[in-house]
Write a protein that binds this ligand. Structure first.
Ligand code: NAP
Ligand code: GCO
Length: 266
């Protein structure tokens, strides 16, 4: 077996949702480096324009779509356009996501619903849109971007934890329901990654000190650092490639060891 070649994505069509920046952009960049054709989406034209420039600077000919992943008609339209112009989606990364950090008893029902809609309902909608093409083609890879909060809770992130816990089980269910069609569905559970989503947790305080949460995460991470989007590139390529053809229903935690560690004695 050509082990190195099994990591190639040459000629594959990859859709990475929410890949205007952050983790999604890094995963799309990694896939392009391994030979994949890239499609991505976001909601904001401003983010899209900046993303297209960033992809061009990296020499990546990405196809960008303004598409809200919570809107089934927009999702269906985007996938149809990708299938028409690039080909069947071989690899889907359900990456688009938001978080709202609000104590549960203060969170409005609409705020809870919005997080569930984007972080859980949308991966269902986008997966549902690409699976028929994967079945017809005889293979497919779906990678759901889960979270530490697929396993753990903490104050103020009830909606996000509920969504990411559900996304872990949606991952296992897609693996169960479509494994027979040679579709592998796995998750990546990033630890604490330095992106715009976690910027509020890393802000330098008015007195110039580090954010308390920043120090807390450092103390809870054996590798004593925040992750970077680049830390997710290799794991994402592995789960998108033939190298993982018998890995199904697995959540690969890329967390620097947080989930394994009780934390440093104060
Ligand atoms: P981010 O920097 O906030 O980026 C989120 C991306 O999703 C943006 O491109 C955003 O673009 C897009 N998006 C949000 N809602 C959307 C919608 N309804 N339709 C289409 N696109 C949408 O987040 P990140 O840190 O890269 O996180 C990416 C994923 O990893 C998320 O699922 C997050 O929950 C998960 N995650 C993050 C961490 C971390 O520590 N950063 C750890 C574990 C898991 P627009 O706003 O322009 O739409
Ligand atoms: C938070 C963070 C986390 C990370 C990530 C950890 O407020 O606790 O935003 O939720 O984003 O999901 O894996």
């Amino acid at each position: 077996m050509d082990v190195l070649g099994s990591f190639s994505l040459e000629g594959k069509v990859a859709l990475v949702t929410g890949a205007a920046y952050g983790i999604g952009f890094a995963i799309a960049e990694a896939y392009a480096a391994c030979g994949a054709k890239i499609a991505f989406n976001c909601r904001s034209q401003e983010h899209m324009d900046k993303a297209m420039e960033a992809y061009r600077e990296k020499g990546i000919d990405a196809r960008g779509f303004i598409c809200d992943v919570t809107k089934e008609d927009e999702v269906q339209q985007m996938v149809a356009e990708i299938e028409k112009t690039l080909g069947t989606v071989d690899i889907l990364v359900n990456n688009a996501g938001i978080i709202k950090r609000i104590p549960m008893t203060e969170m409005k029902a609409e705020e809870f619903r919005q997080v569930i809609d984007i972080d859980l309902n949308a991966p269902f909608l986008v997966s549902k849109a690409v699976i028929p093409g994967m079945i017809a083609k005889g293979h497919g890879k779906i990678i759901n971007i889960c979270s530490m909060m697929s396993e753990l809770g903490r104050e103020t992130v009830s909606a996000y934890a509920a969504a990411k816990g559900g996304l872990k089980m949606l991952t296992k269910n897609i693996a169960s329901e479509y494994g027979a069609y040679n579709i592998q569905c796995n998750g990546i559970g990033p630890g604490y990654i330095a992106t715009p989503q976690t910027a509020p947790l890393r802000e330098i305080q008015p007195d110039g000190s580090h954010h308390p949460f920043d120090q807390f995460i450092i103390s809870k991470t054996p590798q004593a650092r925040w992750g970077t989007p680049e830390d997710l590139m290799g794991p994402a390529v592995f789960l998108a490639s033939d190298a993982s053809n018998f890995v199904n229903g697995h959540i690969l935690y890329v967390d620097g060891g947080i989930l394994a560690y009780i934390g440093k004695q104060p």
